[in-house]
Design a protein. Structure first.
Length: 481
C-alpha cells in the first residue's frame, strides 16, 4: 500500500500524522472550554472539534495528493490549524507595530510565508529535521491541550460540588394566602434588558447622563433605583436565581445544574399556585417558557458569545463574525415587536416575563434604530456604539410603558437589567460596577420606597409580598466581589 510518494508508508507515519492534526485541532476547543467551564459542557465542544479536525485531516490528504510524505503532511496541517486559530492575535501585533496594516494586507503575507515554509519543509528539509518535527509537533500540541485540561480541573471540581449543593437545596417559597387562587389579580410585567448599564456606570465610565430616561420613568409613576446591584455580573446566574426567587446558584454552578433549574422554576410554580398564567415574550425559551417557533439557544461563553463565534473571532476568517448582524437584527426586531404589544387585559392574573439580549452586544442598532456598521458589531472601544444601542432600547421601553399604562394601569411593572456593561478583553470595568443594574418599579400607580435599591431577587420577593401573595422576607445578597 502506497501513500503520497513511491516510498511505502508505515502505520507509525499515519498514526503520527493523525495524532498531530487531532491534537492541534483540539487545542482551541479545549482552551475555550477551560476558560468558560461554568458556561459550557464538554459535549458542547465535541462537534465543532470533530469538524475542525476533519478539516485538518482533509488538508493533510490534499498535501498527500501533491506528493508530500504523510508524516510531513500531518505536521504541516497541524501547524496551519494552529496558525489559522491564532491569526487574529498575530494580526493585532502586526497592526500595533504597523498601524496602517489591514486584514487584506496581513493575511496574504501570512499565507505566502506559510506556503514558502511548507514548500521548504516538504521538499528541502533533511530527514533529521523531519524526524525532530514528527516528535516535537504532536508533543507541543499535546502539552498545550494537557495544560488547559489541568487548569480546568479545579474549576471542574468546583462545578461538580456546586451542582451537588444545588441538588440539596429546596425552595422555601410558599404561598401564604389562605383563600383559593384568584383570577382577577393585577398583572405583573417583568422586563429584563441584558447588559443595560446602571445610571452610575453610564455617568462614571461613559460620561453619559441618562436623566431623560429616568425622568420619563418617574413621571410615569416608577420608583427608579440608583444603587441596585446583583450578586454577580453573569446572566445565567442572576436570572436563574430570579426565576427561583432565591440565591441557589453562583458563578461556580455547572451548566447542567443551571439548565435543570430552568425547567420548572420556583417563581413559575409559585405564580401558578396563586392563580397566575405564565407568559413569555422575547427570548425566554431558555428560561423555561416555551413559545411557538422558538429554538433552544446553544452554549455561550462567559462574555455571552456562542462558542462558534468566539472561535471564529480569533481565526483567519474573523471578518465573517462582523457580517452576521442582519439575521440577528431581524430576530431582535421580532422581540421588540413583542415588547410593543405586551399589555394584557387588566386584572387578569397574567405574569409576563420579557427578556432580550439588548443593549448587550452584538451592537445592531444606532440611536435611531438604524443598522450599525459591520465593523462595530462587537466594538466596545468606541463608546458611542454601546450608547447608541442603549438609547434605542430606551425608546422601545418607553413605547411599551406607554402602552401598558394606557391599557393596564392597575398593574406591576419591573424594568431591570441582569448586570451592567461588561465590556470585553480590551475594555474592562470593575467587577462591582458590572454588577450594578438598572432597576425601576411601577406598583399600581403608588409610591413605595421599600422597592428602591433592591437586587433582582429581592425586588421580586418584595413585590409578591406587597401583593399579598406570600410572606417573602428580604434575603441577604451573596455578592461575589
Amino acid at each position: 500500500m502506497y501513500f503520497c510518494m513511491r516510498k511505502k508508508v508505515t502505520a507509525k507515519d499515519i498514526l503520527i500524522a493523525i495524532l498531530a492534526v487531532s491534537l492541534a485541532a483540539a487545542y482551541p476547543w479545549v482552551f475555550l472550554y477551560s476558560t468558560n467551564i461554568n458556561e459550557v459542557a464538554l459535549s458542547d465542544i465535541a462537534l465543532p472539534y470533530l469538524l475542525f479536525a476533519a478539516c485538518g485531516l482533509a488538508l493533510a490528504a490534499i498535501m498527500c495528493l501533491l506528493r508530500v510524505p504523510i508524516s510531513k503532511a500531518g505536521c504541516l496541517s497541524a501547524i496551519f490549524l494552529f496558525l489559522f486559530y491564532i491569526y487574529r492575535a498575530f494580526e493585532n501585533i502586526i497592526v500595533a507595530l504597523l498601524p496602517y496594516a489591514r486584514y487584506w494586507h496581513v493575511l496574504p503575507v501570512v499565507l505566502i510565508l506559510y506556503g514558502i515554509f511548507a514548500w521548504w519543509f516538504a521538499r528541502k528539509a533533511s530527514g533529521a529535521v523531519t524526524d525532530i518535527a514528527k516528535v516535537i509537533v504532536p508533543l507541543l500540541f499535546g502539552v498545550l491541550v494537557a495544560m488547559n485540561l489541568v487548569t480546568a480541573i479545579p474549576a471542574g471540581i468546583q462545578k461538580i460540588n456546586a451542582g451537588k449543593d444545588v441538588q440539596q437545596q429546596t425552595s422555601t417559597v410558599t404561598v401564604s394566602q389562605t383563600d383559593s387562587a384568584k383570577n382577577d389579580q393585577p398583572n405583573i410585567y417583568l422586563m429584563v434588558f441584558d447588559e443595560y448599564a446602571s445610571f452610575h456606570q453610564l455617568e462614571e465610565y461613559y460620561n453619559f447622563d441618562n436623566a431623560e430616561f429616568k425622568v420619563f420613568l418617574e413621571d410615569n409613576g416608577f420608583m427608579v433605583s440608583m444603587n441596585s446591584r446583583n450578586e454577580y455580573p453573569a446572566t445565567n446566574v442572576v436570572l436563574t436565581n430570579m426565576v427561583n426567587l432565591e440565591y441557589i446558584v453562583n458563578s461556580r454552578t455547572s451548566t447542567i445544574e443551571l439548565e435543570s433549574l430552568h425547567e420548572s422554576p420556583a417563581l413559575y410554580t409559585f405564580m401558578e399556585q396563586c392563580g397566575y398564567t405564565i407568559n413569555g415574550a422575547g427570548d425566554t425559551t431558555w428560561l423555561g417558557i416555551e413559545k411557538m417557533n422558538s429554538e433552544k439557544k446553544g452554549a455561550t461563553s462567559v462574555e455571552g458569545y456562542s462558542l462558534n463565534t468566539l472561535f471564529l473571532q480569533s481565526t483567519m476568517i474573523y471578518p465573517v463574525t462582523m457580517s452576521t448582524g442582519s439575521a440577528a437584527k431581524k430576530e431582535m426586531d421580532l422581540y421588540f415587536s413583542e415588547l410593543a404589544n405586551i399589555a394584557q387585559i387588566p386584572n387578569s392574573s397574567q405574569f409576563t416575563l420579557f427578556y432580550i439580549t439588548c443593549p448587550h452586544q452584538p451592537f445592531l442598532y444606532n440611536a435611531n434604530g438604524g443598522a450599525v456598521s459591520a465593523n462595530d458589531i462587537h466594538n466596545w472601544s468606541d463608546q458611542s456604539v454601546y450608547l447608541g444601542q442603549l438609547k434605542y432600547t430606551n425608546r422601545q421601553i418607553e413605547n411599551a410603558v406607554k402602552q401598558i399604562l394606557r391599557e393596564d394601569s392597575d398593574s406591576v411593572i419591573i424594568i431591570c437589567s441582569d448586570h451592567g456593561a461588561r465590556g470585553n478583553r480590551e475594555v474592562e470595568f470593575p467587577m462591582e460596577e458590572k454588577a450594578r443594574i438598572l432597576m425601576a418599579c411601577y406598583y399600581r400607580g403608588e409610591y413605595h420606597d421599600q422597592l428602591l435599591d433592591l437586587s433582582g431577587v429581592n425586588t421580586l420577593r418584595s413585590v409578591l409580598d406587597m401583593l399579598g401573595l406570600g410572606e417573602l422576607n428580604m434575603l441577604e445578597v451573596p455578592y461575589e466581589y
